[in-house]
Design a protein around this ligand. Sequence first.
Ligand SMILES: [Zn+2]
Length: 315
Amino acid sequence: MRVKSFTLIASILLGAANTLGATSTMAQTPVFVPPSRADLLKPAPNPAWNAFTVRGFDTTEIAPGLYTFRYTGTRNIFMVTPDGVIATDPISPEAAKVMRAEIRKVTDKPVKYVVYSHNHWDHIPGGQIFKGEGAAFISHEKCVAHFKDKPNPDIVMPDITFAKDYDLKLGGRTLKLFSLGPNHGDCLIFMQPDAENGRYLFGVDIATPGGAPLTFMVGYDPFNWLRTLKELETMNFGVLIPGHGPPVADKSSLTERRRYLEALMAAVKAAMDAGMPARELEEKVRVPEFAYLRGYDINVRDNVRRIQAYYAIGE
Ligand SMILES: [Zn+2]
C-alpha cells in the first residue's frame, strides 16, 4: 500500500516536472560523464576518484598505445604494438568477450600475450578467448601453485612464469613486470609500460584510490603490504592505474593507503595493549581522519578485526 502510494506520488511529481518542461529525459538513465584527467591526477584526498561506477564497461586511452579497460568493478590495461597486443587480466569470460571487441576497435592485430596481475578470481578468469587466438599467458611463478590447488575451469594456465622481473617485449614496446615479494597474496606483480618514460604503473589491489580497504582485507599481509607500499612510493613513476577505481590516480593514492594502514594498525595495537577485548575493538576503534574514504563506514569494522587477528596470531 505504502509502496503504491509512493509510486503514485512519484509519478505525479514526475508528470508535473515534465509538464513544467523541466526535462524530457528525466526518467532516462543518466549518461556517465567521467571526471577530467586533470581532476583525476590531483593528489589524495581526491573526491574525483569516487566517480567511477561499478556498472557497465569503458575503455580509456591513457597514452599512445596504452589503454585501460574496466568491466563492472575491475580494471586492466592493454598495450597495442605494431606486432600485436599485450593484454592483462581478462576479468571474466563475459568481460573478456567485451574487451576483445574493444581491442578490435583500435587494432586488427592479434593478442599475443596475456599477463596475470595475481591469482584472484575477480581479475583473471576468461582468458580462453585469447588462448584461442594464440596468446601466451604469463604470471609470477608462485601463482601456479594456487591454480593447481584451487582449479577454476575459466582460468588458463600460464605458459611463461618468472620469479622477480620480466621485460615483456613486443613490436618495439616493453612492459616491465616485477614482483615485490608477498603483500596481497604471494604472486602479485606490478606492470610498468614504457609509455611516457615509465610514468604509469598498473598496480592491482595494492591501493583502491579514494576507497577504504574492503572487508577483512582478504589475502593481505599487513606488514608486507606496508613494506610494499613504501617501496612503491620510492619508485620512479607518477601515476597509478589501479585494478579497481578510476583509470588513473596520482601516486599519492599509495601514500594515502599506507597512512590509513599505519593509523589503523596503531589504533588497534594501542587498544589491544590497553586490554580492550577483541569484540569491543571492532565497535570502538576508528580512524576518523580517514572517514572521507569511500566505503569507510561499511569496511572499517572488518578492517579492525583483520588487524586484530594480525597482532593476535602474527598472520
Ligand atoms: Zn586480489
